[in-house]
Design a binder for this molecule. Structure first.
Ligand code: HAM
Length: 390
């Protein structure tokens, strides 16, 4: 699917310099203040197990001067991320993300195109029940004014908020909007909304994103509190939530980060992307009843006696070269026992080779479902199985 949308894979290291995340994700975010696995390398350099990959992708884009190639770069990645969070259902200290980043365009059509791809992806894996929440967090021109307004509003109510929020109100007031503490919610609901403070350009951008989503038939809910837990966002932010997941209900999240490349030391490059939490995705796929059993074995080769082993190995190699999944035991054993193994592996066919088969030059091929058995010449078994297994 990524290929259809013209994305190419990028693989970045699991370890990065700590400063990369502190600067991009934000020194006052939960990720940087309490969740990173950070250690000193032998030369005293501070390294961190990546808590997310957007910063790494943009770092690689700058380091390898991809901007010199011009045009738009569409990159996707899969891999482990690390955050020292309190483990619970759907929240792990090593988890997996499938992500996509597009660098080089601030056009709202890009936001909508990437969200369309994400929606198609969810549809393809069988997730039907989900919500797309969208917001705009403005830009460096309008957000400072909103934050000043937010600070003013917080000044009068912060003493009634949780301890974390009292600190956030000073250090990073936007993070107050992320707070999940129940008793804080009615107070936070009354705080000013960022959507009422967007500059004309940001408003126009957000309106265009919404129009493009409408045109593509993608349903969404506007969620003015969706500021996300990372500081690099500008303009569009979004999350995909699923009701089947419980407390950790975000399957995917992302947004626009037009200032990130400059923060990391590169030329101004707008960007937009998302990451899917693969662990939560699997839970949602399972809840939708769409988890399919792994492919069963095409054939299991049962051999008896040393003379048959050579013939069995030759056949197995030939079948595997024809891309048929085949199993074989390494030790000689009785027919009944080997057939038991074939059933255990849910092999569709068992191929039996003993002294009798070697002398006639025809092997027994047994359909494990129907029990029907026939004799076939070794050279015709691959094409027979290919046809039967489809
Ligand atoms: P994020 O919202 O921090 O965004 O993470 C994206 C997704 O990763 C979450 O929605 C969730 O499904 C999953 N996830 C996060 N933490 C955990 C955890 N501890 N255990 C299991 N799953 C987890 C980012 O990481 C950004 N890099 C997204 C992005 C890409 N923004 C722009 N481009």
């Amino acid at each position: 699917m990524f290929t259809a949308y013209h994305f190419r894979e990028i693989r970045t290291p699991v370890l990065e310099e700590t400063a990369l995340f502190a600067r991009s994700v934000g020194a006052e975010t939960d990720i940087v203040t309490k969740e990173m696995y950070t250690f000193q390398d032998r030369d005293d350099e501070s390294l961190t197990l990546r808590p997310e990959a957007t910063a790494s992708v943009v770092r690689a884009y700058i380091e390898h001067s991809l901007y010199n190639q011009g045009g738009i770069h569409k990159l996707y990645y899969l891999g482990p991320m690390f955050r020292r969070e309190r483990p619970q259902k759907g929240r792990y200290r090593q988890f997996y993300q499938i992500g996509a980043e597009v660098l080089g365009s601030d056009n709202p059509a890009l936001d909508a195109e990437v969200l369309e791809m994400l929606a198609l992806f969810l549809e393809r894996v069988g997730i039907k029940e989900y919500h797309l929440l969208v917001n705009s967090v403005g830009c460096l021109n309008c957000r400072p004014q909103y934050i000043a307004e937010l600070r003013r509003a917080l000044d009068t109510v912060k003493c009634r908020l949780c301890e974390d929020c009292q600190r956030r109100a000073e250090t990073n007031p936007l993070r107050v909007l992320d707070c999940k503490v129940e008793t804080d919610q009615p107070i936070i609901e009354e705080l000013p909304h960022i959507l009422d403070h967007l500059c004309a350009e940001c408003r126009q951008h957000f309106d265009r994103v919404k129009t493009e989503l409408d045109q593509r038939g993608i349903a969404y809910t506007i969620s003015p509190r969706l500021v996300r837990g990372l500081d690099y966002y500008t303009r569009t932010t979004f999350e995909i939530t699923s009701g089947v997941l419980g407390a950790q209900n975000a399957v995917a999240g992302g947004g626009r980060y037009d200032g990130l490349a400059e923060i990391i030391g590169g030329p101004a490059t707008p960007g937009f992307g998302f990451s899917i939490g693969q662990d939560r995705l699997m839970m949602a796929v399972e809840a939708a009843g769409e988890l399919t059993a792994p492919d069963s074995l095409g054939a299991y080769v049962v051999w008896m006696g040393d003379a048959a082993l050579g013939a069995a190995n030759r056949l197995v190699r030939e079948l595997r070269r024809a891309d048929i999944s085949v199993g074989i035991g390494y030790d000689s054993s009785k027919l009944k026992k080997s057939m038991g193994v074939a059933s255990k592996y849910q092999a569709r066919y068992a191929i039996i080779i003993g002294d009798g088969e070697l002398s006639t030059g025809r092997y027994q091929v047994k359909d494990m479902g129907t029990g029907q058995q026939q004799e076939l010449e070794p050279s015709s078994i691959a094409s027979f199985l290919k046809e039967k297994l489809g």
